[in-house]
Design a protein. Structure first.
Lengths: 281, 564
């Protein structure tokens, strides 16, 4: 935990480790990074983004958040190898130490036990989530389309496009599918959670249209790194007393919630859309 | 009813075919037993009859569809004809004297086809071109069916050559149905992942298509795109490469551009899978590359652009070199991507042994294709339509528009219909940072206008600098709710935050203003934001372009695109 004296001298600073930015970047993952950075920036927090490619070591102490995106099948194999050989221990340590980690699509599959392709040998995952993914062959249609799930008394919206079906063991799902396929289009679960690691199939990008989820990740990072549940008030030098839930400065999120609600309305989830427009920040 | 149908043309056709059939029989009579001979004659007659029926049925369906305003009738004719006779396409295409040229690739199909058509027309050939957007097999079939006679024969097939724009995914099927004389592959970028699958899937399909080609097909390939150039290694026939050899257009020497995000869809060597290195970067993964691991290197192009010089927005002077000759060609379109399109067309012309005069005049007199730099006058404003279908295409349009540094009037239309791609994730890979503080007027429209507005916001565009015109209001009275929400937050939770209050006020004011909705209003807003005499650039996705076109047609400003 960093000392508060440092904070006052240099301002709040977080470091995001973006794993495999060159290999896993298929589904607008840049939007997730951009959203985290700007939502920090607008609150006076500096978010530094460090790309970690194949062969780069992952030292958990150097980061406050981690992100892995989705990629093509061809690029997934060397990434799986690198996760095992190079970054696995660091990533495990970070997750066990409650670091907020977001993994989308291919990254999500790689953090489960294994990915079983229609042909060929299994691709071993890291086993962070007690879950596994099976590709049932090209005759089974891919899970493609808009998706909405319930999360934390609210909704998350996005787009999904995955051939593999993910089945959860003891892993807790991220949310319940309201419209769309989710993990496997059978059991209405979507994504997985382990400590502060979140796996999901939602892209589109995920974070821009789900500002509450982006803020949740930022708040987790602030709490973990600086031990703060709320941001310092602008008019005082000290911190306001913690009130439980992280209390980030609200932003003008009208465009964000309009995009969120319009997607819900397109899926005919009108009540959810109305609720989204009343979302507390 | 049935008796009243004019069957005469077909009866005439049957007679013709019978004569032809006997002709064939005469030639082969020594080799073929008599029973088989009769069977062949009957089969040929049947094929002709079926082709005739298919042509009539298809053309009737197309006419009906146009009459009922169901659409341009550009695909229905082909669908019906193929249904009536699945072999109709190869039957008709086989009659073309000069065969077929196929053009495929993620970007540049239409413009490249247009350049080829312009050159070949100038060279005195009768050029047939499949219609806009209908680049699936049904569209190819339509383009042939609407030019066929009811006897199953093509009209004016002498001196004829067809230029077929083929959808990436359909290419393997297309080359099997119509073995092309020349097959052009322009480039391979990420496009509509939900429809085509990943880039690698498309590449694998193309490799299969190229392997199935006979040695009589000439391949025209982009040397600067590693995946495309690699197809040349699989070909048994002649291969012609085109590429850019002008080091001044390197991304690295273009200052700030090198810092910009580049969508790179192919990073690894198509032969061995290791990462390759560049000595010259043009855009995305286009450039001069080599693989340090297996030694794969960019092939030396046969048609090279050795000097590219922009002469204003619409004119690019390109010095084109072959192994023997150099020529200046003026491309009447902006952007590096159109230099590639021109080079591809010149390579095709070279493959067909067409001399330079029609090449130079054909390119210079080229009229921009549907939505690809197309010009329209709207209420005294010059409107330019710049279709952008995928991250790289969009990035290159933005680079072309905004690299001049002047402030522009722009209308973006983002739709998420099947033809656009249902997934709009790709907008996050586009460099909308180009747009920041570079617009004098900015309107955002389309079924996913709100997503695009959000993208622009995160690029750094101020909300007051853009007008958002979605197709319809949200059911929730959002701005009121949002305003109240901000007020509530400001009051209850964080009394000290004055900026939240300011926001609330702003939004209440905004909520009071009337909000336009729909594509017609988007066009109105954008046009009226543009001073008379100035240019409005409309950058739509594919169905956005169709909607804009329909709206312009409704106002009598453009011809129906399926006519002519």
């Amino acid at each position: 935990m960093r000392s508060l004296k440092d904070v006052n001298a240099t301002g709040l600073r977080l470091t995001l480790g973006h794993l495999y930015p060159d290999q896993l970047n298929l589904y607008g993952d840049r939007g997730n990074i951009l959203t985290l950075r700007q939502r920090c920036q607008r609150r006076g927090i500096e978010l530094r983004v460090v790309g970690l490619g194949i062969g780069d070591a992952l030292a958990p102490d150097e980061y406050d958040m981690l992100f892995i995106g989705g990629g093509q099948d061809k690029e997934q194999a060397p990434v799986a190898q690198d996760l095992h050989d190079t970054k696995g221990i660091g990533l495990w340590a970070a997750i066990e130490d409650d670091m907020p980690v977001l993994v989308v699509c291919g990254g999500y599959q790689l953090l489960a036990h294994y990915y079983r392709p229609a042909e060929g040998p299994d691709m071993r995952g890291l086993g962070v989530f007690d879950a596994w993914t099976i590709h049932k062959g090209s005759h089974v249609p891919r899970c493609i389309g808009d998706i909405a799930i319930s999360w934390n008394n609210s909704t998350l919206v996005g787009f999904e496009n995955h051939g593999g079906r993910t089945y959860l063991g003891t892993a807790k799902p991220l949310g319940k599918v309201l419209k769309g396929h989710g993990n496997n289009s059978e059991d209405h679960t979507e994504g997985a959670i382990y400590r502060n690691a979140y796996g999901t199939y939602l892209h589109g990008s995920l974070l821009p249209k789900n500002p509450h989820f982006a803020d949740h990740l930022i708040a987790l990072a602030l709490r973990r790194t600086y031990g703060m549940n709320s941001l310092p008030d602008e008019n005082s030098n000290g911190f306001r007393p913690s009130t439980g839930a992280a209390d980030l400065k609200p932003l003008d999120d009208i465009l964000e919630w309009e995009a969120h609600a319009s997607l819900l309305e397109r899926m005919r989830l009108y009540n959810e859309a109305a609720a989204a427009m009343h979302m507390p920040i | 009813m049935r008796k009243q149908r004019p069957f005469r043309p077909e009866q005439r056709d049957v007679r013709v075919t019978r004569w032809r059939g006997s002709d064939v029989n005469r030639k082969q009579s020594s080799a073929i037993p008599a029973g088989d001979r009769n069977w062949r004659g009957t089969k040929r007659r049947l094929i002709s009859l079926r082709a005739g029926v298919a042509v009539i049925g298809g053309r009737a369906a197309g006419a009906l569809s146009r009459r009922l305003h169901l659409g341009g009738g550009t695909t229905i004719a082909g669908i019906v004809a193929q249904h009536l006779y699945p072999g109709i396409v190869s039957h008709l295409a086989g009659q073309l004297e000069h065969g077929s040229i196929m053009v495929t690739g993620t970007n540049g199909k239409t413009t490249t086809s247009g350049f080829i058509a312009a050159i070949l027309r100038d060279a005195g050939l009768r050029v047939w071109h499949n219609r806009e957007g209908s680049n699936l097999m049904s569209g190819v079939a339509s383009s042939l069916v609407i030019r066929a006679l009811p006897n199953g024969n093509l009209r004016g097939k002498g001196r004829a050559i067809s230029i077929l724009e083929i959808d990436e995914a359909v290419m393997p099927q297309a080359v099997q149905t119509i073995p092309p004389r020349v097959a052009v592959f322009t480039n391979l970028f990420r496009d509509q992942l939900d429809r085509y699958g990943e880039v690698d899937t498309v590449a694998a399909r193309w490799r299969g298509a190229v392997e199935s080609l006979s040695a009589s097909t000439t391949l025209v390939l982009n040397a600067d795109d590693p995946t495309i150039a690699y197809l040349g290694e699989l070909s048994t026939g002649q291969v012609m490469y085109f590429g850019i050899d002008d080091p001044t257009v390197d991304l690295a020497v273009q200052g700030s551009a090198s810092e910009r995000h580049q969508v790179i869809d192919t990073r690894t060597c198509p032969r061995c899978g290791s990462e390759y290195t560049y000595t010259l970067r043009l855009y995305s993964h286009m450039g001069h590359y080599h693989c340090a691991n297996c030694g794969l290197v960019r092939p030396q192009p046969d048609i090279r652009a050795i000097n590219i010089h922009s002469e204003g927005f619409d004119r690019t002077r390109v010095r084109v070199a072959t192994s023997t000759i150099e020529h200046d060609v003026v491309v009447p379109l902006p952007g590096l991507y159109n230099v590639y399109n021109t080079l591809a067309a010149i390579a095709v012309a070279q493959a067909l042994h067409i001399n330079w005069d029609p090449i130079v005049t054909g390119v210079e007199q080229f009229k921009p294709a549907f939505g690809r730099g197309e010009r329209v006058q709207v209420e005294g404003r010059n409107v330019r339509l710049m279709l952008a279908k995928n991250p790289t295409g969009f990035n290159e349009v933005l680079r072309t528009l905004f690299s001049s540094g002047t402030q522009l009037h722009v209308l973006f239309v983002l739709n998420d219909n099947v033809a656009d791609g249902r997934d709009v994730s790709w907008i996050w890979d586009i460099d909308f940072e180009w747009v920041v503080q570079q617009t004098a007027g900015l309107v955002v429209a389309g079924s996913r206008a709100r997503d695009l507005a959000l993208r622009l916001k995160y690029a750094g565009v101020e909300q007051q600098d853009m007008t958002i015109v979605p197709p319809a209001p949200l059911r929730v009275v959002k701005r009121e709710v949002a305003g109240n929400r901000m007020k509530q937050v400001a009051k209850v939770r964080l009394p000290s935050l004055t900026d939240a209050k300011v926001n609330t006020l702003e939004h209440e004011e905004r909520a009071a203003a009337p909000h336009p909705y729909g594509i017609a209003e988007a066009l109105n807003t954008a046009v009226h934001q543009t001073p008379v005499g100035e240019t409005l650039f409309i950058v739509p996705t594919y169905t956005g372009l169709l909607e804009i076109h329909q709206e312009l047609e409704r106002r009598g400003l453009t011809p129906h695109y399926w006519e002519g």
